[in-house]
Design a protein. Structure first.
Length: 165
């Protein structure tokens, strides 16, 4: 895998639902996306930053989406689906995987901001393609197989003052 260097091209893919629910359940706080993006990019070149969000017609969600754009993220927005039995579903796993695979030829590093173990196979694929893979999430809620699959895992729990509002 490539080493970290200043001319490295980086893509940051943030699973906003995963981060939100973890930050809320563990700390009753919100993610500081500005700090997360700054830390994930470090002194490297940002190629793309994409935040995957769910529209659930909640108050203030449009202002949140706009804030993400102001910070430097593109937003991919999906409407929540409600089924006849009342259950709800919305996730961006397939979209994130497709974007990561598409970006692999244009970046040196993909930073996944998620703790979801479903991305483990993606990590192996990206590394096979010569792409460095990093992850940011809270270690207590991150799948062990994801931590093992990435080149570098960054535990947001180790600096909650930086990563949480």
């Amino acid at each position: 895998m490539s080493e970290i260097h200043p001319s490295q091209r980086v893509a940051v893919l943030a699973d906003s639902q995963n981060l939100y629910h973890t930050a809320q359940s563990m700390y009753s706080r919100n993610i500081d996306y500005s700090a997360l993006l700054e830390e994930a990019v470090s002194d490297r070149g940002l190629t793309r930053a994409i935040a995957y969000v769910i529209r659930a017609d909640a108050p203030e969600e449009e202002s949140f989406f706009e804030a993400l754009v102001d910070i430097g993220f593109e937003t991919q927005i999906k409407d929540i689906k409600t089924f006849a039995d009342g259950s709800k579903k919305a996730d961006w796993d397939v979209g994130m995987v497709l974007d990561a695979v598409t970006l692999a030829n244009h970046v040196d590093t993909v930073v996944l901001c998620t703790g979801d173990g479903d991305f483990t196979r993606l990590c192996h694929h990206l590394k096979h393609e010569g792409v460095r893979v990093e992850a940011y999430c809270f270690e207590e809620s991150t799948a062990e197989e994801l931590i093992e699959a990435v080149d570098d895992f960054n535990d947001m729990s180790s600096d909650t003052d930086r990563f949480l509002l």
